[in-house]
Design a protein around this ligand. Structure first.
Ligand SMILES: Cc1ncc(COP(=O)(O)O)c(C=O)c1O
Length: 366
């Protein structure tokens, strides 16, 4: 097309490639029995209370949702012992990442991110024509905080830490996060992504309330997509000191989170049975997979989330494709810069068993 005028910085961005959908694999490979352990979705399904609330609210679908999400905001504020003005909602954590970039990142800025982490921090900064400094991981696959600090420059606007980290599942204790923040120049904002917060073994690993009360330059991302199982409804949120939220609210779309998503989230918050069941199922699946990896002599990183990062010792794209032919969709590590690694979501026990059987076949470990 001639004369298509656009922001050329966008050409640096590779469109996001999501985990392959089940139907696509069935169509392409002509197989019927396919499981997806590729996108860290909740193996137990959505919160039943959330689904019920979503269904019930459909009758009111002719009315715009409450853009400010008053009921959900107040309920969450009370639950987290924060003020309503410390919260902003997005259509998933993804939208929060982009709101943050639109609100704070200028084209003269850069951001500092771990090399092996969620892609959207870098993408959102590239949309703003900002620079992205990627910092190699530690040998244990965690973000290298020391090395990240060294990369902070005059124009660094934000550092990103995913805790637990996606795709590696590592967790940084709160004392280390705080020490990192203490050493950041005052102008730098810490973007702390806690999308998998509820899966961590130690629920006391984040001092989010204290940091927000102290007015630190911090923003904490959480989501209803993971433990609450509402990924398909798209609702997530961020927690931060009120002045940060105030700036981000200026770029939020008026009715971003839907009526259905808000209703589901309100009810899912009280669905303690589903949350507890999801944690339990995840921890059983994790233990089983650790045992099988150990038995196969496969290196993996112990996880604090609902996925495991492991080294196949082979070309991960081939392993990925071979697993798919056996009806198991995982995530290949090349997209994270690790050509022999893969990430598998902890599924139900049945799904975990199917994955292990397929992996044994693919790696010739039967
Ligand atoms: C680390 C991390 N942050 C944020 C997100 C965004 O999730 P959502 O937009 O579904 O809330 C994901 C999704 O997989 C993630 O892994």
């Amino acid at each position: 097309m001639n004369n298509l005028d656009f922001r050329e910085n966008l050409l640096q961005i590779k469109p996001y490639v999501p985990g392959k959908p089940i139907d696509e694999v069935k169509r392409e490979l002509g197989i019927t029995d396919v499981i997806k352990l590729a996108s860290n979705e909740n193996a137990l399904g959505p919160s039943p209370a959330g689904v019920k609330a979503a269904e019930e609210c459909l009758k009111g679908a002719n009315i715009y949702p409450d853009g400010a999400a008053f009921v959900l905001r107040n309920k969450l504020a009370e639950r987290l012992a924060l003020k309503p003005e410390n919260i902003i909602f997005g259509t998933g954590g993804d939208e929060i990442i982009f709101y943050f970039a639109h609100a704070f990142i200028k084209d003269t800025d850069n951001i500092v991110v771990p090399a092996c982490t969620f892609s959207e921090y870098a993408t959102s900064a590239l949309v703003m024509a900002a620079g992205v400094k990627k910092v190699p991981m530690t040998k244990d696959w965690g973000p290298d905080l020391e090395a990240m600090l060294k990369e902070v420059a005059e124009n660094t606007k934000a550092c990103y830490i995913t805790n637990p980290n996606n795709p590696t599942g590592t967790l940084i204790p709160k004392a280390d996060i705080e020490a990192f923040m203490d050493r950041l120049p005052e102008r730098v904002i810490l973007f702390l992504d806690e999308a998998y917060f509820e899966y961590a073994d130690d629920q006391d690993y984040s001092d989010m309330n204290k940091w927000i009360a102290e007015g630190r330059k911090i923003i904490v991302l959480r989501t209803f997509s993971k433990i609450y199982g509402l990924a398909g409804l798209r609702i997530g949120y961020a927690l931060a000191p009120a002045p940060i939220i105030d700036i981000m609210e200026r770029v939020r779309l008026p009715f971003n989170t839907s009526l259905i998503a808000q209703a589901a989230a309100i009810s899912a918050l009280d669905d303690r049975e589903h949350v507890a069941g999801s944690r339990k199922s995840n921890s059983e699946g994790k233990k089983y997979l650790y045992g099988e990896f150990d038995a196969m002599g496969i290196y993996y990183v112990p996880t604090n989330a609902n996925f495991i990062w492991f080294d196949s010792g082979r070309d991960c794209v081939k392993v990925f494709n071979d697993l798919m032919k056996l009806g198991v969709i995982v995530r290949s590590g090349n997209i994270f810069g690790a050509p022999t690694f893969l990430r598998v979501t902890v599924g139900t026990m049945e799904e975990c068993r199917k994955f292990v059987a397929a992996l044994k076949t693919v790696l010739g470990k039967e």
